[in-house]
Ligand binder design. Structure first.
Ligand code: PEP
Ligand code: MG
Length: 892
């Protein structure tokens, strides 16, 4: 008979059977595995057992029917628990009460069902009131059971139960449910039973239906949505943990709380959390009552606090990771109800990883692997400047302050419900989701929003946990924020904000501002981040270069750890307002002399830019690409010229003959240069072939700048890159021009400078004929934006607008190939080109400089394909450094 149920004492047996710890977690769920493991470690855990994920899957597969033998095994496990606790399930004289909780392999906070206090009925409640000497507690537990049963197991709406509670609070003049007198609770029980006619009084029946409810909740909508958003497979199933109830609501020597072994937002190495006296666990998480900071427990209950600190250390050392624990103190005795690896912000993840290496808990390699490239990306997220916050405060725009539960700055228009947030986000608006508190049903809105604001809830509230996990800035628990969901407004005192108006939040400080604050990118030189990235550098093989066009970008890129420039798009230098007229003259010139005159104006400007790059990147490669994009991007539009012509002709006050002739000439040239598909027309190396003055000017500017930089004491390493080549003859021609110019300049200046001439590989033909190309090209750089465009034969400018997104949504393509490199197609061509190039020219330097260079999956592919470097935008450099380290470690 298959084993469907394991008591917490049987973890070693489960491990022997499952093989390894990961499989134990697969079988018993994360929570069940850890409860059993804690039991094995001697941590005080209330006795219990786990019904396996396999049982859940069998139940689902059999059309909601429990597998044979499962209830017998549950009964056997219950016997074991009764023996350990000395109590009996359903026995009024000495009742055992149990909880029934979900627990999948990966934590899905709040997404599935829980039922507490199972085992109560009229008889048991009455006798529990007597045995405990606390009738209030007995009837409070009983009404909670019926209420949870109604909503979780029977799927009744919550409101009727809440209305009854409200009615009794008003009637008895108390503010919270905890203060309701016992008689009121007894009446409430009767009223609850009336609206929950299917509540079974038989404890065994209660347990069976609760277990089945948890099984079913695995396939519930909110669990499915959550798994989709978190990439958790749908076929894992959930385990069910049935555990002896311990009570944090048995009086003033009882409390219940949650604690993280380190600070989940900052990573600081001290325990962090909240608790409530005389309460049950869900009161803490729901944030209905104001919680007490864990530090206070040292005074309130010193013995239990000391023990908690010891257990926290013990569990961290055992799991070698930060722990998120739930605990209860029942009549002075501490119990651990759960532990799991704690969710944390990006900042905390980095700091914790680094400090755990310093403590000798994990290796550098593990630390590097524990931080994801996405988390590094978070460091580059916007923040508000100190000045803008000061200014907003001075202007009276600080609306309120709440708990700073998930860092980063966000700006958006207020939406008061999740569906509206999604609707507006889909329409392209930036949205701030504002709710009294969030529930699992709000997750889609939270994902669509830039940030999250709630008026209730604590550090461990649903809103805080989910926001942190998905890297959304959030401020919660703003007590003075009044939200009027009907009127679609929120207010603090007399300041009213309507739905659709902008607010800005700072999740690191907990501030909420009215209006839109300007944002900046935070300091990348965070001490822990620098350390972690330094370790990543020790493991990676790929170099990381940056795409940078100006010296200021180059300096930032170097700050971020770039080891050179992988792509300087020289045409970007041409777009500047003061240069554009000369660029237009150069393109529209009828004669070589006219063109040369325009180029003579541009040459010193380019030289200055290049010198700045060489000096910023002294000793490192600076790959400068000859002008590439289609000419029309620099030219005035036909319409614009026609208008100009019209205005000149209309203006009869002055003689405009010469100007009219010039505009007509330009119109003629623009017409000549018009192309239907310019991205595939007169661009790249083709320009240099037909207008050789241009590459000659650029080569001169580069070599002269290198001479200048060298004279200034720097070590310039220019690599001159020819774009969009399709034939070695093109390279022969243009490289010839470059070499001649270089000879000229070095002779003029009497200075020798290092340089190389290479090409971009951006077409399938170039990739397939890489061998011959490498006869001339001293290096290759894959322009994967164009290579993707030319391989797929889909336009990089139009595809995303028209059909590509749908292709991905419908699963025709697994990913957007302009974002993540297409492994088989584009990757296949890269592989061929690398082999071809290196066979012809062993050891030649090869990298990529398309947008893929900052995408972690693409970086991994580049590592596999044996490239030397990836080049990406300066902001992505840290992400690429970590991704390259992950790729190298994964390959090991
Ligand atoms: C490329 O095509 O990948 C590339 C880097 O060049 P551009 O994006 O400028 O065409
Ligand atoms: Mg290109």
């Amino acid at each position: 008979m298959k084993k469907w149920v394991y008591t917490f004492d049987e973890v070693s047996e489960a491990e022997a059977l499952a093989g390894d710890w990961d499989s134990v977690r697969g079988l018993l769920g994360g929570k069940g595995a850890n409860l059993a493991d804690m039991t094995r470690l001697g941590v005080p855990v209330p006795p219990g057992f786990t019904v396996t994920t396999e049982a859940c899957n069998a139940y689902t597969d059999a059309g909601l029917s429990v597998p044979e033998g499962m209830w017998d095994q549950v009964r056997g496990a219950l016997d074991h628990v009764e023996e350990k606790t000395g109590k009996t399930f359903g026995d009024p004289d000495n009742p055992l009460l149990v909880s029934c909780r979900s627990g999948a392999k990966f934590s899905m906070p709040g997404m599935m069902d829980t039922v507490l206090d199972i085992g109560l009925n009229h008889e048991v409640a009455a006798s529990l009131a007597e045995i405990s000497g606390d009738p209030h507690f007995a009837y409070d537990s009983y009404r909670r059971l019926i209420q949870m049963y109604g909503s979780v197991v029977l799927g009744n709406p919550d409101e009727p139960y809440e209305e009854i509670l409200e009615e009794f609070r008003t009637k008895t003049g108390v503010a919270t449910d905890a203060e309701l007198p016992t008689d009121a609770l007894k009446d409430i029980v009767e009223r609850f039973l009336k609206i929950t006619p299917r509540f079974p009084s038989d404890p065994t029946e209660q347990l069976k239906l609760a277990v089945e409810a948890v099984f079913k909740s695995w396939s519930g909508k909110r669990a499915v949505d959550y798994r989709n958003a978190s990439n958790i497979p749908h076929d894992l199933g959930t385990a069910v943990n049935v555990q002896t109830m311990v009570f944090g609501n048995l009086g003033e020597d009882c409390l219940t709380g949650v604690a993280m072994s380190r600070h989940g937002a900052t990573g600081e190495n001290h325990i962090e959390g909240d608790y409530l006296f005389n309460a049950q666990g869900e009161d803490v998480v729901a944030g209905i009552r104001a919680t007490i900071h864990i530090g206070e427990m040292a005074n309130d209950m010193p013995k239990a606090y000391e023990e908690l600190l010891e257990i926290s250390d013990q569990l961290e050392n055992h799991y070698r990771d930060m722990q998120d624990m739930e605990f209860t103190v029942e009549n002075g005795k501490l119990w651990l109800l759960q532990t799991r690896d704690g969710k944390r912000t990006a900042q905390a993840a980095v700091r914790i990883a680094v400090e755990m290496v310093d403590q000798g808990l994990i290796s550098k390699e593990e630390a590097v692997m524990r931080v994801t490239p996405d988390q590094i990306d978070f460091f580059l997220h916007p923040q508000f400047t100190v000045e803008s916050r000061k200014a907003a405060k001075a202007a009276g725009n600080l609306l309120a302050e709440g708990l700073n539960v998930s860092p980063g700055a966000a700006v958006g228009v207020v939406a008061f419900d999740a569906d509206k947030a999604v609707e507006w986000a889909e329409a392209g608006k930036k949205v701030m989701l504002v709710r009294p508190e969030t529930k699992p049903d709000d997750v889609h809105g939270m994902l669509a929003a830039e940030g999250i604001v709630t008026s209730r809830g604590g550090r461990t509230s649903h809103a805080a946990l989910v926001a942190r996990q998905f890297g959304k800035p959030a401020v919660v628990g703003i007590a003075e924020l009044d939200i009027d969901l009907e009127g679609r407004t929120m207010s603090v005192e007399d300041r009213v904000i309507k739905e659709g108006e902008f607010v800005s939040i700072e999740g690191t400080s907990g501030e909420v501002f009215v209006g839109q604050l300007p944002t900046v990118v935070p300091d990348i030189n965070d001490r822990w981040l620098s350390t972690l990235l330094g370790w990543a550098d020790e493991f990676r093989r790929l170099k990381v270069l940056a795409n940078a066009d100006y010296p200021t970008d180059a300096i930032r890129a170097k700050d971020y750890g770039a080891e050179g420039i992988g792509l300087c798009r020289t045409e970007h230098m041409f777009f500047e307002a003061e240069r554009l007229p000369s660029v237009q003259k150069m393109i529209l010139a009828d004669t070589t002399e006219d063109r040369q005159a325009a180029l003579d104006v541009l040459l010193p400007m380019q030289r200055e830019d290049f010198r700045g790059l060489f000096e910023a990147m002294s000793g490192m490669p600076v790959i400068i690409r000859m002008i590439d994009p289609p000419l029309h991007e620099f030219l005035p539009g036909q319409d614009e010229l026609e208008h100009e012509l019209h205005d000149l002709e209309e203006d009869t006050a002055v003689e405009h003959g010469a100007e009219i002739a010039e505009v007509e000439r330009k119109l003629g040239r623009v017409d000549d240069l018009h192309e239907e598909n310019p991205m595939l027309g007169f661009r790249g190396v083709r320009l240099g072939i037909l207008m050789p003055e241009i590459p000659k000017m650029q080569a001169r500017a580069i070599i002269e700048a290198a001479c200048d930089a060298k004279e200034n004491g720097f070590d310039p390493k220019p690599e001159i890159m020819i774009p969009l080549s399709i034939h070695v003859k093109e390279l022969e021609r243009v490289k010839g021009l470059v070499v001649d110019v270089a000879k000229e300049v070095t002779k003029e200046r009497g200075i020798e400078v290092y340089y190389q001439v290479g090409t971009m590989v951006e077409t399938p033909r170039a990739a397939m004929t890489a061998g011959p190309l490498a006869r001339e090209a001293e290096f290759f750089s894959f322009g994967t934006n164009d290579l993707t465009q030319t391989t797929f034969a889909i336009s990089r400018d139009d595809a995303e607008k028209s059909f590509l997104i749908q292709y991905v949504e419908q699963g025709i393509l697994p990913v957007n190939p302009f974002q993540t490199l297409d492994r088989l197609g584009v990757g296949g061509l890269i592989k061929i080109a690398v082999e071809g190039g290196r066979t012809q020219r062993p050891g030649m330097e090869i990298g990529i400089c398309g947008e893929h260079g900052g995408d972690p999956d693409s970086v991994a592919l580049c590592h596999e394909l044996g490239l030397d470097y990836v080049s990406c935008s300066p902001f992505r450099v840290p992400v690429a450094r970590l991704a390259a380290a992950h790729a190298a470690i994964d390959q090991k």
